[in-house]
Design a protein around this ligand. Structure first.
Ligand code: SF4
Length: 283
């Protein structure tokens, strides 16, 4: 049975979260935080500040309290530090603007090798986002993530397993251009491309992300922990809950693992308030 946390436990939890967040920033190369500037002294003759209630129009506070459940449960926008590699990236206000910002990207050595830059597809306001590794041959040819056999299996998971439409969710990859011979993306390629994924996450602001496969999980979480240990356990990236699970391509080679992926997907469905069928799932 759960119980309310005591005040010291809440403080400890908050400190742990701050410590984790600072650790994450440190792993991402942030070497320090700007010191807060000293508060300006109010001139002695200044009129008294208006009461807080006078700063909002009549009824605004009650409207805020009655915000839709979806907006209440969406995470707050993440800090912009990780986007600073590309000045102006943090100002893109929609996926269309982000796509235009990326443009005919030549920011890493994968550019001359691609047929299509594979940006992402789906509902720009999706509650659920799937993130894979990088485009393969089919994706590179069509300019769309998760097509081909692995893509069909992901579509089955979404549509037959979760009861959603593929167009209801948002699907993209860590890397937007195909690495040659489907090799793993290299660190410089990840560093060049991941700010775009971070901005995609900020703009879609899903309630949950499913990270597909070891590479996507490790790139998003900045860890080297094996996927077999991470899968099934909620993580967090940019303020969004993240569920690591196996990649559909791996499931094609190891169909026996579909059972554990279905367990992970059911956790996601619970978080999203989706009805879980008594029997079924992607098979
Ligand atoms: S992989 Fe990313 S950074 Fe590299 S060229 Fe493609 S879009 Fe640009």
């Amino acid at each position: 049975m759960s119980r309310d946390l005591t005040a010291p436990e809440q403080r400890r939890l908050m400190l742990d979260s701050v410590r984790d967040y600072l650790g994450q920033l440190a792993e991402e190369g942030l070497e320090g935080l700007p010191a807060p500037s000293a508060p300006a002294r109010a001139p002695a003759a200044k009129a008294a500040a208006p009461a807080a209630s006078a700063l909002v129009p009549d009824g605004a506070s009650s409207r805020a309290a009655a915000a839709s459940p979806a907006s209440q449960s969406r995470p707050a926008p993440a800090p912009i530090e990780l986007l600073s590699r590309y000045p102006g990236l943090e100002k893109t206000a929609s996926l269309e603007e982000l796509s235009a910002f990326i443009g005919d990207c030549k920011r890493c050595k994968l550019a001359p090798l691609r047929t299509h830059l594979v940006f992402g597809v789906g509902n720009p306001q999706a509650d659920l986002m799937f993130v894979g590794e990088a485009p393969g041959a089919d994706e590179d040819a069509r300019g769309e993530p998760f097509v081909g056999r692995a893509g069909q299996l992901l579509t089955d998971i979404i549509e037959r397993g979760m009861g959603l439409k593929r167009a209801d969710v948002y699907i993209c990859n860590v890397i937007k251009c195909r690495p040659p011979d489907n090799r793993n993306p290299e660190p410089d390629e990840v560093a060049a491309c991941e700010p775009f994924l971070m901005r995609q996450i900020d703009l879609v602001r899903p309630r949950a992300i499913v990270a597909l496969g070891a590479f996507a999980v490790q790139a998003l979480l900045k860890v080297k922990t094996p996927i077999s240990r991470l899968r099934g356990n909620w993580q967090e990236v940019r303020g969004v809950k993240l569920m690591p699970t196996f990649h559909p391509a791996y499931l094609l080679r190891s169909p026996g693992e579909k059972r554990v992926v279905w367990q992970d997907i059911q956790e996601v469905m619970k978080l999203l308030g989706l009805e879980i069928p008594s029997r079924g799932g992607a098979r």
